[in-house]
Design a protein around this ligand. Structure first.
Ligand code: G3H
Length: 547
């Protein structure tokens, strides 16, 4: 067997046999889902279904051939079904007069708490589906679930604080005003496949708790894991407040946007996808968009960096969950004189990464959920090789089925696709630089502006860069990888990377609008307002304090 055949064979052996699956992590019973949630009812879909495949493939004991695991199916709704969900959301909102938008904050909180309690009971099932559906390892899948529950608790806490702060009147220049945040209308929430639970819920929950009614379309992959939650959604919210649909984006979401009845569009995905959908809305000025989009976050290694510590952090930042994080480090800039030493240290770290199945101990690199993703990565890699880069780590870029062994590519330059495009996978492009001005030029002319990381020890070198980059990206990380957490920090981006800001508190602002009631601050008006409060004629004006 040649060297490359051996590497190939060793990668193939990472896939389990059926017997291994049965003993290590038994397959869940197939979920052949026909129902979707509209107007508080689980409707039965009689049309076409979309098959759900696992990125985990099965190896034949004798031939080593790989075959696909089918986890179940989801309904491929058409535009008519999607529009029925829209009608339900529109009816539940009822132009702002519906039960949900008029409910008090504490009553809405009670519904969300009820949902959280129901969701907590489904932890094991949802975590397992996360692993089977998108190949996330056990630790990260569990973290995703728990982080989502924490996010819900934090959102409740933040809303209560906001309501407490809004319980009083403001008196300015002879005018008394009562300011509260109220819902925007009907929200469409769509999440990404890499965080199908967490990222989706970071818009869905704030949208709901602020009094909007919602149509939720789960991500393309990581879709079955929502099925166990459907009953909880149905039971914990009034009819029509949350509607869950499935199907091809073009057909379903396209129809929703074209109706002009969506008031808030919350979407995590590509900027092209977001633009195409936004364009369909006939009244763009009435559409509020909350978008988390593409990113090409650079790691900037300075000559004063601690190379060993930097290499460790860079590899973690570039390859956690196979590099499929919007916040992953996607291009690495290194001073030319230190590049060789740095690459070597990175390669040592990469050699320690374990290619394994999601449930196996210390699995770092796991199967990729997008069909053909390994081939697409191979195209990007070959483009770089043709234009002068080489793979620095042994076996890097080998792939079989859905498994791809990470590759560190060096030297990467502006002619290569990897220099500009978001790889969203386990490729680590390293660009040598002679002057920091080259890096600055790259950042300021990039189409993306989510985050970056600066690695160095000299404050005089880092400080001025912080000031330059503060007007370019949403977050600058010093000696640490890019990331979204803690969720109380603003998560945002410039240019084609985001629209709006999502922290626990900011998300509440995105899905609401400040409204005020004002009157002259004189005896007559004070008496009138006091009477409305005392007699409880208005809940908007109520000064109750939420304990
Ligand atoms: O894919 C984007 C995620 O929001 C990133 O979150 O940085 O905590 O992994 P993370």
């Amino acid at each position: 067997m040649s060297n490359s055949e051996q590497v190939h064979a060793s990668l193939a052996r990472c896939f389990p046999t059926m017997a291994q699956i049965a003993s290590e992590f038994p397959l869940p019973a197939p979920i052949n889902q026909r129902h979707y949630l509209v107007a508080g009812e689980l409707k039965e879909w009689q049309g076409e279904l979309a098959q759900v495949q696992s990125p985990v493939q099965v190896r034949d004991v004798n031939s080593s051939e790989l075959s696909t695991i089918i986890l179940g199916a989801t309904p491929l709704l058409d535009a008519t079904a999607a529009l029925s969900a829209l009608d339900a959301a529109v009816a539940a909102y009822d132009l702002g007069r519906g039960l949900w938008p008029c409910l008090s904050v504490i009553e809405r909180v009670n519904h969300v708490e009820q949902f959280l309690n129901a969701m907590l009971k489904l932890r094991e099932q949802v975590v397992q589906l996360l692993m089977w559906e998108i190949g996330k390892n056990a630790q990260d899948a569990t973290k995703e679930f728990d982080r989502t529950c924490d996010y819900i608790r934090d959102t409740i806490h933040a809303l209560k604080q906001q309501d407490r702060a809004a319980s009083h009147f403001v008196i300015e220049q002879g005018v008394m005003g009562k300011i509260r945040r109220v819902p925007v209308g009907v929200a469409l929430c769509m999440g990404p496949y890499n965080y199908p639970l967490n990222e989706t819920f970071t818009t869905l929950i704030p949208a709901l708790i602020m009094g909007n009614t919602v149509i939720f379309k789960p991500a393309k992959y990581g879709v079955l894991l929502i099925e166990p939650l459907l009953t909880a959604f149905r039971d914990c919210f009034p009819p029509g407040v949350i509607n869950v649909i499935y199907g091809r984006g073009r057909e379903t979401v396209g129809a929703l946007m074209a109706s002009g009845k969506i008031d808030v569009f919350a979407f995590i995905g590509t900027n092209k996808g977001a633009s195409d959908l936004k364009r369909l809305h006939p009244k763009p000025h009435r559409l509020r968009a909350v978008l988390g989009l593409d990113a090409k976050n650079p790691a900037i290694v300075l000559p004063c960096a601690d190379l060993a510590a930097t290499a460790k952090e860079v590899i973690a930042g570039a390859l956690a969950f196979n590099g499929q994080r919007c916040t992953a480090l996607k291009i690495i800039w290194v001073p030319r004189a230190q590049a060789e030493a740095f690459n070597q240290l990175c390669v040592e770290r990469m050699n320690q990464l374990k290619v394994a199945m999601p449930w196996q101990q210390s699995a770092d690199i796991t199967p990729l959920p997008e069909p053909n993703k390994t081939q697409q990565l191979d195209v990007l890699l070959n483009d770089a090789l043709t234009l002068g880069a080489s793979v620095q780590n042994p076996g890097g870029g080998e792939f079989i089925g859905s498994l791809y062994r990470p590759a560190l590519l060096y030297p990467v330059n502006a002619k290569m696709r990897l220099y500009h495009e978001e790889q969203f996978g386990p490729l680590v492009p390293v660009v040598p630089y002679d002057s920091i001005d080259e890096v600055i030029e790259y950042v300021i002319h990039s189409d993306f502006g989510q985050q970056l990381s600066i690695f160095g020890q000299d404050s005089a070198a880092i400080g001025p860069l912080v000031d330059i980059f503060a007007n370019q990206v949403g977050r600058i990380n010093i000696n640490s990888q890019c990331q979204r957490s803690p969720d109380s920090f603003p998560f945002t981006g410039r240019k084609d990377s985001a629209e709006g800001t999502l922290s626990v508190e900011d998300a509440l602002l995105q899905f609401s609008i400040p409204t005020l009631v004002a009157a002259k601050h004189n005896t007559q008006q004070i008496d009138l307002v006091k009477s409305m409060i005392k007699e409880r004629h208005s809940s908007f004006l109520a000064t109750d304090f939420l304990f």
